[in-house]
Design a protein around this ligand. Structure first.
Ligand SMILES: NC(=O)c1ccc[n+]([C@@H]2O[C@H](COP(=O)([O-])OP(=O)(O)OC[C@H]3O[C@@H](n4cnc5c(N)ncnc54)[C@H](OP(=O)(O)O)[C@@H]3O)[C@@H](O)[C@H]2O)c1
Length: 234
């Protein structure tokens, strides 16, 4: 299979790449943004890409050829000057927009530009890493306004894309996936209170996600799944 991974330089993205390349005859094209990982493999091609740049997405869609799976592992929760908001006082307009621009909008543009690349595949999958905190019905604690809102928007986009693709790409399956708290730089500042056994390795999550994507069928399209296959309410 030929698989495109956005955010291949991240903790979860890189673990998925390594697993795909050791378990079968897969060809992987993977993107990085700030840093290109040292990992190399004859069946792996790295591409620099800023996922907030539509022209770069369009250019990649024009050159990458036919694809079987597209997996989007890009996400931001914090940076050197922003942490998830504890209250309304800490809302920063620009960070809210950066969160939407990085966590939500790219999946819409990926569907817009890469649907044609997926069209010839009999096993077409668009899988996007979301987060349980983007579930509106699951929000009991409040806070984390920018991240929660961007993932809630992402979830709505997944639903909408799955409905449109029922007509345009009926063989495709579109999935929102929740990894659980996973040991990457994204979750590093928030791992202290994670219950014993509930901080997952990227390798474990990659294994769960690949199985879920493999097993999914067009009838599952537009669903929000946790790493263990349980359905998360929107
Ligand atoms: N880790 C968790 O506990 C957890 C829990 C729930 C959901 N998630 C979700 O899982 C996904 C993967 O996160 P992770 O834990 O693997 O985090 P990570 O290690 O920080 O990886 C984030 C990835 O996003 C890429 N990225 C950020 N901004 C970008 C941009 N403008 N253009 C292109 N790529 C960009 C990074 O690229 P560079 O490094 O090259 O800049 C990196 O590949 C995210 O969507 C996150 O929200 C994670």
């Amino acid at each position: 299979m030929k698989i495109l991974i956005f955010g291949g330089s991240g903790g979860i993205g890189l673990a998925i790449i390594k697993q795909l390349l050791t378990q079968g005859d897969n060809h992987v094209v993977a993107t990085y943004h700030a840093h290109c990982p040292a990992y190399r493999h004859p069946q792996l091609e790295w591409q620099a890409l800023d996922i907030t740049n539509e022209a770069q997405l369009l250019s990649l869609s024009a050159t990458v050829g036919s694809l079987d799976w597209v997996i989007n592992c890009v996400g931001v929760l914090h940076d050197s000057s922003h942490q998830p908001e504890k209250n309304l006082k800490s809302i920063d307009r620009d960070w809210f927009l950066t969160s939407i621009e990085t966590n939500a909008l790219p999946t819409l543009l990926i569907a817009k530009h890469f649907g044609a690349n997926l069209k010839p595949s009999l096993f077409a999958k668009l899988a996007v890493v979301s987060a349980r905190v983007g579930s509106i019905s699951d929000n009991k604690l409040g806070g984390w306004y920018s991240y929660r809102s961007s993932k809630a928007a992402l979830n709505m986009l997944i639903k909408g894309i799955s409905i449109e693709w029922r007509r345009l790409l009926p063989q495709a399956c579109v999935l929102a996936l929740h990894p659980g708290t996973t040991d990457t730089q994204l979750s590093a500042p928030f791992q202290a209170n994670v219950a014993a056994g509930k901080l997952f390795s990227p390798e474990y999550v990659a294994d769960c996600f690949i199985k879920l994507i493999e097993q999914s069928t067009p009838e599952d399209s537009g669903i929000f799944l946790a790493y263990d296959g349980s359905v998360i309410a929107w």
